[in-house]
Every structure is written in structure tokens, then in C-alpha cells.
Design a protein around this ligand. Sequence first.
Ligand code: FES
Ligand code: FES
Length: 154
Amino acid sequence: MFEIKVNGKWYKVSAFEDEPLLWVLRERLGFTSVKFGCGIGVCGACTVLLNHKAVRACTLSIKEANKKEILTIEGIPSHHPLKRAWIKYQVSQCGYCQPGQILEIYALLLENPSPSEKELTEKLNGHLCRCGTYVRIKKAVKEVVKELKAGGKK
Ligand code: FES
Ligand code: FES
């Protein structure tokens, strides 16, 4: 039996110790926003926060996540500047990669509320978007950074 805190709530789950966190979240707990893409840590679709750091849930076992805190897109409030900017700039196309993209940026802004263009590009390079939404993502993130500088909530 393992115990993980997801979006502020503790869950006890029975799973194989080498079972990827991705499948525990999706299949055992119903957090289907965490997407399966490549399964080998390359595409970023399964990104979640583990103790406030962005990780790939497809290559992390439930054993490694045990007793830790996880954030999925459902745990970010709808009034959060990132979600508002995503809507304003109509960032999503098919939407498949977007939870992972937003969580990666969320983690980046926790570490550095004012990332450079290069830092942002480096993070986005780790996330495959077959719809090519990168330009709109950058516009949205720049707006959030401005809002944070002006004193908005992270
Ligand atoms: S599904 Fe995890 S990185 Fe692609
Ligand atoms: S919005 Fe379709 S894959 Fe990114």
C-alpha cells in the first residue's frame, strides 16, 4: 500500500511498486488529465509536480512518489493567472499536451517568476506539441510574468 497526496488530498493506493505514477494517477485514482504520450520520458504529456518540481509520471514509480505531494492540472485553480492567460490567448488546440505544458511552466515560475526567453524555450523544448502552440504559449507566459511582476498571485 502506498500513500500520495494529490492536489492537497491524501490517497491510499494499492499498486505494484514499480507501477508508473502515470497509471496510478490515471487508472487507479481517475486523474485522466495526466496524459500518456511516449511512455519513455520524452514528450512531456505526463508531467506533474512532485514536491513542487516538474517530473515525468511515466518514468517515475509509485514507490518513488510514496508519501510525496503531487499536483495535477486539476489542483491549479481556474482563476490562476496561467489558466486565465491560456484562455485569453486561446492556447490549446487539441489540448492533449496542455496539462503537461502548464504544469511545467507552473514549476518554472515557482523557481523563477521572471524566466528569460532562453529558459522558457528550454522548458518548452521538452514538451512535444503536435499542434504547434508554442508561439501562443510564449505570449501567455509573458503576460503571466508581467502580472506577477505587478503583484498578481502566482
Ligand atoms: S508520456 Fe511521459 S514523457 Fe511522454
Ligand atoms: S495542443 Fe495539440 S498536441 Fe499540443
